[in-house]
Design a binder for this molecule. Structure first.
Ligand SMILES: O=C1O[C@H](COP(=O)(O)O)[C@@H](O)[C@H](O)[C@H]1O
Length: 261
C-alpha cells in the first residue's frame, strides 16, 4: 500500500490571481491528458467539487481543442449523497458548468449510484462506487499502484476547505485513518450536506499526479498550516506517486511562513 507520510516532496506555485490559477490548472490538465492518451489510450481524471468546478471551464478554450475527450474517464474524489439533479451534487455542478460542453462519452463519466443517491444511502453509495473502481481496474482502464492492487488514477484535481479538509476527509473524523477500503463514507460531515462518500487517503495518494488548487484569503491559515506540516489537516497528508503540487493564488499564499516562499 502507498505511504501517506509526506515522503513525496510537496511542491507549490503561487499565481497572482484566481484566474491565473484556473488557467494554469487547465494547462496542466491538458498536458497530462496528452501524455496519458498517447501512452495508454486512456486518461483517468478525478475531480472534486467546490470552486474547482468553475475553473474547469478554462479547458474549453480553442488552445485545448485537440484534447482527446473520447479517451477521458471521469471520476469524483468525493460526492455528496444527494439526488444527481440536486444543486449540491458535485456531479450536477460539473455537468452544468463543464461536462455538458465536451464530448466525453456518457459511459465514461462515473457518477455515484443514482438509487443510493436518491435514497440518501451513503454506505451503499460507497460500496457501489468501490465496486465500479475495481471493475475498471480489472478492465485495465484504471492502472494499479506498483502492483499493490490499489487504483492509480492519472490525475486528480483537488480543492481544500478553510478547515484543511480535502475530498470529504475532515479534520478529527476517523475516515482519514481508513486504509483498507478504496471508498468510504461520512454521515455527519461538518460541511453540509452531511452525507458524503470519499476516496480514502491511500487511494488519493496513489495517483500519479495530484494538483491541489486553492484560492482566496479564507484558506490562507490552512495553507500556512499545511506548509508547516500540520498533519491534523487532511490536506497536509497529500502526496502522489509522481507529483503533488499546490497551485495557490497570492491571497491563499499570504500567510505562508517566509521559509516556504
Ligand atoms: O465540500 C467540498 O469541499 C471541498 C473544498 O471546496 P472549496 O469550494 O473550498 O474549493 C471540495 O474539494 C470537495 O470536493 C467538496 O465536496
Amino acid at each position: 500500500m502507498a505511504s501517506y507520510s509526506a515522503n513525496t516532496k510537496r511542491e507549490k506555485k503561487v499565481f497572482d490571481t484566481e484566474d491565473d490559477v484556473a488557467k494554469a490548472m487547465a494547462e496542466y490538465t491538458f498536458n497530462l491528458s496528452k501524455k496519458f492518451c498517447k501512452k495508454r489510450g486512456y486518461f483517468t481524471i478525478v475531480l472534486s467539487g467546490g470552486d474547482l468546478v468553475l475553473w474547469l471551464k478554462k479547458l474549453l478554450v480553442p488552445e485545448y481543442a485537440e484534447t482527446e475527450w473520447s479517451k477521458w474517464h471521469v471520476f469524483w474524489v468525493d460526492e455528496r449523497v444527494v439526488p444527481l439533479d440536486d444543486k449540491d451534487s458535485n456531479y450536477k455542478q460539473t455537468l452544468d458548468s463543464f461536462l455538458s460542453e465536451v464530448p466525453i462519452p456518457t459511459s465514461n463519466i462515473y457518477a455515484i449510484d443514482q438509487n443510493c443517491a436518491a435514497l440518501g444511502d451513503a454506505k451503499g453509495a460507497a460500496i457501489v462506487y468501490e465496486e465500479c473502481i475495481k471493475r475498471l481496474v480489472n478492465q485495465n482502464i484504471i492502472r494499479t499502484y506498483k502492483s499493490s492492487g490499489f487504483p492509480q488514477f492519472d490525475l486528480q484535481l483537488l480543492g481544500m476547505g478553510p478547515d484543511g479538509h480535502m475530498a470529504s476527509l475532515f479534520p478529527g473524523h476517523y475516515q482519514i485513518k481508513e486504509k483498507a477500503s478504496l471508498v468510504t463514507y461520512i454521515t455527519n460531515s461538518p460541511k453540509l450536506p452531511p452525507k458524503r462518500i470519499t476516496f480514502t487517503l491511500p487511494v488519493i495518494n496513489c495517483a500519479s499526479y495530484n494538483l491541489m488548487a486553492v484560492c482566496g484569503e479564507a484558506q490562507a491559515d490552512a495553507v500556512a498550516k499545511v506548509f508547516k506540516d500540520d498533519f491534523n489537516l487532511p490536506s497536509a497528508r497529500l502526496t502522489a506517486d509522481t507529483q503533488a503540487i499546490w497551485y495557490l493564488d497570492k491571497a491563499a499564499a499570504s500567510k505562508l511562513p517566509s521559509e516556504c516562499l
